[in-house]
Design a protein around this ligand. Structure first.
Ligand code: NAI
Length: 401
């Protein structure tokens, strides 16, 4: 077998090396020449993962990469234990070279932990959304962050459409009547509507937001609107979807608002009392992006006051006492919250497991990464999705869907 450096120089051209070569700062283990320590923080699958091997995002099935990594002579630590200084995550991060995390059980890589991670070179998000990593701190230490872009965007877009329908049509309380051996049509119909003729708007019109609008075409909505600081590529523009320049203007028109932008410093807490007050009274809000984009108390208050008729969330793990678990509209319905699973269907898991393996494989071989997967690299943002910055991103991640 060729030494790794020789393989690298054969595979990476000089011009590509400057932009993509993730190996350039690589430190080699003193014990085994090319051995790399890979740490993965995944969720526990328990009995379900034992019975269903396609649950690849679990610690039990470890993205399907365990045997491969070990055969290649690398160390692979997999854990779901991520909280506190004595956790496996915080212990192993000290000397891991590659960190694999998932938004479904996020290992929060804070600036403090990045400071302690002396060998860390590459963070791979198995899925989409790398807000659990302090991206500014990663930049300062020249750590590359990559995610499997596009891997679950169809899964989420379908979930958004489902959530819109179940809120607008008042599905959850209707179904609950059945399992409670009840039957009261009027009680449900008094708050059930058609989606046809309603205005729907997305905050963020990237891969997911655009796919949501595409899927809504068949419902004959009054208007399909989008708000995003990034324009659509020319070939994606259509008169069917209207851009609105100001978020508040879009909110004032929408019966349904769907949030499809990343969590970053400008979107954290964006849907607070004030912005929700700009929405149409009795609108429905669907948040499959990140919980922290919505202020938890503001959403609950808005449901209780009638400002919102419903909220459906598919976001990060919520503690048992989280107010959204028991937040209802004035009629006791309007709660479409589920555990964070929309982007982790079995189809999505196959795609993000393969994608994570591909990113690691490229890193180990010194090959260039797919530019669409890069979030930060070479001390700078490669993606335009994580906030507008003065300095232009290195522009590797194509804009738009
Ligand atoms: P993307 O990068 O293709 O698109 C995101 C878009 O949001 C970009 O066009 C960007 O310009 C825009 N944006 C950023 N800040 C904005 C702001 N303040 N206002 C309006 N637009 C803004 O990302 P993609 O694939 O569409 O995913 C979006 C987000 O959805 C992810 O970052 C993640 O947080 C979430 N997600 C959730 C999943 C789930 O399972 N619930 C799975 C996958 C993604």
């Amino acid at each position: 077998m060729l030494p790794l450096q020789a393989v690298r120089s054969r595979l990476v051209s000089a011009s590509h090396r400057q932009l993509y070569n993730l190996n350039k700062n690589r430190t080699f283990s003193t014990t085994s020449s090319n051995m790399v320590k890979v740490l993965a923080v995944l969720y526990k699958g328990g009995q379900a993962a034992k019975e269903e091997a396609r649950l690849l995002g679990t610690i039990e099935n470890s993205l399907g990469i365990s045997e491969w990594l070990k055969k290649e002579g690398h160390e692979f630590i997999v854990t779901d234990d991520k909280e506190g200084p004595d956790s496996q995550f915080q212990n192993h991060i000290a000397d891991a070279e590659i960190l694999v995390t998932t938004p479904f059980h996020p290992g929060y890589l804070t600036a403090d932990l990045i400071g302690k991670a002396k060998n860390l070179k590459l963070c791979v998000t198995a899925g989409v959304g790398s807000d659990h990593i302090d991206l500014d701190a990663a930049n300062k230490k020249n750590i590359t962050v990559a995610e499997v872009s596009g891997s679950n965007v169809v899964s989420v877009a379908e979930h958004v459409v489902m959530s819109i329908l179940l809120l607008v049509r008042n599905f959850v309380p209707a179904h609950e009547q059945i399992v409670a051996d009840d039957w009261n049509v009027a009680q449900i119909a008094r708050n059930a509507f058609d989606l046809e003729g309603k205005t729907v708007g997305t905050v963020g019109c990237g891969r997911i937001g655009y796919r949501v609008l595409e899927r809504l075409r068949g419902f004959n909505c009054k208007e399909l609107l989008w708000f995003d600081y990034t324009d659509l590529p020319e070939d994606k523009k259509t008169p069917d979807f209207k851009r609105v320049d100001k978020l508040e203007d879009m909110l004032a028109k929408c019966d349904v608002v769907t949030i499809n932008c990343p969590l970053h410093e400008k979107t954290r807490g964006l849907f607070n009392d004030e912005i929700i007050s700009k929405m149409k009274k009795g609108a429905w809000l669907v948040n499959t992006a990140r919980g922290a984009i919505c202020d938890r108390n503001a959403v609950k208050k808005a449901l209780e006051s009638g400002q919102l008729n419903g909220y459906a969330g598919d976001v990060q793990p919520a503690p048992k006492d989280h107010p959204w678990r028991h937040a209802f509209n004035t009629l006791g319905g309007g709660n479409g919250m589920v555990p964070h699973y929309s982007g982790t269907t079995l189809d999505a898991q196959a795609r993000y497991a393969n994608g994570a393996k591909d990113i690691i494989q490229r890193y180990l071989a010194g090959k260039e990464q797919d530019p669409a997967n890069l979030i930060v690299i070479d001390g700078d943002y490669a993606s335009k999705a994580y906030g507008q910055r003065e300095k232009k991103p290195t522009g590797q991640k194509p804009a738009g869907p």
